[in-house]
Design a protein around this ligand. Structure first.
Ligand code: IPE
Ligand code: IPE
Ligand code: MG
Length: 239
């Protein structure tokens, strides 16, 4: 049973397994990504209903550009469609949507459409939903380090004053007031982080499930949270 008094504040998800889901059905990979978008919609709703404050999903990595043009284009099209279709409803549910990542390379059309719809999303009193798009943790850290170096060069910051908080504040999460994730979930049975939130995961609990992302239902999501609730978080200290 879920303990509603111990719902994690920030859940992050590596939504993996769309391609294998499609292959199993002899469908094109894009069909798997389409099914994955539907899963994402349901999980966002359940996260909001459970009172989770922050949900961050990994939708497209800086390394995913290695895939075929067809697959990459298909993923972007689906994302724009999802954001357009679902956004009105998300706003009504008081969900604030933002993108983490430098989606410059996704082309003017995709960028403009995303920006137009995102500018309509409301203020954050409910769930804050972060979509990592063209996101890589090393890229995020590199950009943060560069920005800190520029502040030092400009005389706005002394190198002696750089703390862990300075670094956190220069990442997408810290810049937008999003705390480190309490729980990171990865679907599809892979046991790795694939360049996701490497700084922020220092004390996150990890849950790996063999379920492929398109098969990951809100019930599975609750099971992952139950597993999180069974963990003993010590943060290096002692009971
Ligand atoms: C996750 O599913 C979605 C993205 C990485 C964009 P995959 O497309 O990686 O699916 P598998 O891992 O090949 O099954
Ligand atoms: C991680 O999945 C990225 C996303 C889910 C967006 P990948 O499928 O790209 O990761 P690897 O290649 O299995 O590590
Ligand atoms: Mg994958």
């Amino acid at each position: 049973m879920l303990d509603m008094n111990r719902i994690p504040a920030h859940v992050a998800i590596i939504m993996d397994g769309n391609g294998r889901w499609a292959e199993k059905r002899n469908l094109p990979r894009v069909a798997g990504h389409n099914a994955g978008m539907k899963s994402m919609t349901e999980i966002v709703r359940r996260a909001s209903d459970l009172g989770i404050k922050y949900l961050t999903v990994y939708a497209f990595s800086t390394e995913n550009w290695k895939r075929s043009k067809e697959e990459v284009g298909g993923i972007f099209k689906l994302l724009v469609k999802y954001v357009d279709l679902e956004l009105a409803e998300l706003c009504e549910n008081n969900v604030k949507v933002r993108i983490f990542g430098d989606y410059e390379g996704m082309g003017d059309d995709v960028r403009d459409r995303l920006e137009r719809t995102l500018s309509d999303t409301g203020e954050d009193s409910g769930l804050e939903f972060n979509i990592c798009l063209d996101y890589g943790s090393r890229d995020e850290i590199t950009k943060g380090v560069r920005a800190i170096a520029e502040e030092v060069e400009a005389g706005k910051l002394s190198s002696a004053d750089i703390t862990e908080d300075t670094i956190s504040e220069h990442l997408y999460t810290g810049m937008t007031g999003v705390p480190d994730p309490d729980l990171i979930i990865r679907t599809s049975g892979e046991i790795r982080l694939s360049n996701f939130l490497l700084w922020q995961c220092a004390y996150s609990e990890m849950v790996f499930t063999p379920v492929l992302w398109p098969d990951y239902t809100p019930e599975e999501f609750e099971k992952s949270i139950e597993e999180f609730q069974s963990r003993d978080r010590r943060f290096g200290g002692r009971k």
